[in-house]
Write a protein that binds this ligand. Structure first.
Ligand code: TA6
Length: 315
């Protein structure tokens, strides 16, 4: 049964009866988040255009994580540890927390629509990852349609623990061959396609003509994704998340991924704010915070006319 709480936050049933929350902003933008995985599956602008990619073959059925949107990788990124790929947070059912511990004033600002979600390990989880924690996620839709994800992870155990993390964001792009990413040039990266060999990015902005799976290290707090055809620029701002993963599976790997359409790789690009190279360690009682803020702005990019510095320096 769907419950309308108020006009801007609706708790309802999504695909396969899984519970989801819809946030709506008065100018028309919206966000949808499933309690399964605390997984954002939709982010629409004021014109109702979808800004995130979700596979047409996505499976909304536990324990399979949803292909697309924003999976949360915690407490392990990829296979960098003993757990299943990308950890278990993305395939657990989170709860809504009506009254979480206070956020700093700038996060709690008025005229924002948000929902607070909570994940605590079950007895079963503690068998595979023996650390008690409280993971609070606030999903916020700003007045200009910006989407903010704020994670607060607290060690509620009697001993320290260490984790890696990523917001595995799938952006919707018109054509991957027409996309460029600015803000990562000249940085060091670990190449997942070469046993995580360390290299340095050369030259100009990053463009795509084959499979890419790289972990860029010590990245700036702002990264821009320019979609030439759509004349749209996504800006990723991040805090507490030094690394940035860039992934596109390209044609061969896309065919090998059962829940991704063969040609869908053309319309997606993952740029993931992450903490991977230097795992986070929390002592008992300590809390870590990692924030990602996404905005989509019209870009006047036209074969080299755009000055990347302007995109990256504008607030
Ligand atoms: O973030 C990039 C990556 O780790 C790739 O190596 C690729 O496997 C991708 O994530 C998707 O992982 P998934 O477990 O969701 O199929």
């Amino acid at each position: 049964m769907s419950t309308i709480e108020n006009k801007s936050v609706e708790i309802t049933k999504g695909i396969n009866g899984l519970e989801k929350v819809i946030l709506r902003e008065t100018h028309g933008s919206s966000v949808e988040v499933y309690l399964y995985g605390a997984h954002v599956t939709s982010w629409k602008n004021e014109q109702g255009e979808e800004l995130l990619f979700v596979s047409s073959k996505a499976i909304y059925k536990p324990p399979k994580p949803i292909r697309g949107g924003i999976p949360i990788c915690f407490p392990q990124f990829s296979n960098l540890g003993p757990l299943e790929t990308h950890g278990f947070a993305r395939n657990r059912v989170w709860t809504i927390e009506p009254d979480p511990p206070a956020f700093p004033p700038n996060v709690n600002a008025t005229n924002r629509v948000f929902i607070d979600l909570l994940l605590k390990p079950t007895e079963e989880d503690l068998k595979i990852w023996p650390h008690s924690f409280e993971y609070r996620l606030r999903v916020t839709l700003g007045p200009a349609g910006d989407l903010m994800l704020t994670s607060r992870i607290r060690n509620t155990d009697a001993k320290p623990f260490t984790f890696t993390f990523a917001y595995h964001t799938y952006f919707s792009v018109s054509d991957i061959s027409e996309v460029r990413v600015e803000g990562l040039e000249t940085l060091d990266y670990l190449d997942n396609l070469k046993n995580r060999e360390r290299s340095t990015e050369q030259g100009d902005a990053i463009t795509f003509e084959s499979e890419v799976d790289k972990i860029y290290l010590s990245t700036p707090s702002k990264i821009a994704i320019l979609d030439h055809e759509k004349k749209r620029t996504f800006v990723v701002r991040k805090d507490g998340l030094p690394d940035a993963v860039v992934w596109n599976p390209w044609d061969k790997k896309a065919k090998a991924i059962a829940d991704l359409g063969d040609d869908e790789y053309k319309h997606m690009l993952c740029v993931e704010a992450a903490a991977i190279e230097k795992p986070i360690t929390l002592k008992p009682g300590e809390e870590w915070k990692g924030r990602q803020e996404l905005s989509a702005v019209p870009s006047s990019y036209c074969s080299g006319q755009l000055d990347p510095n302007k995109v990256l320096q504008s607030s």
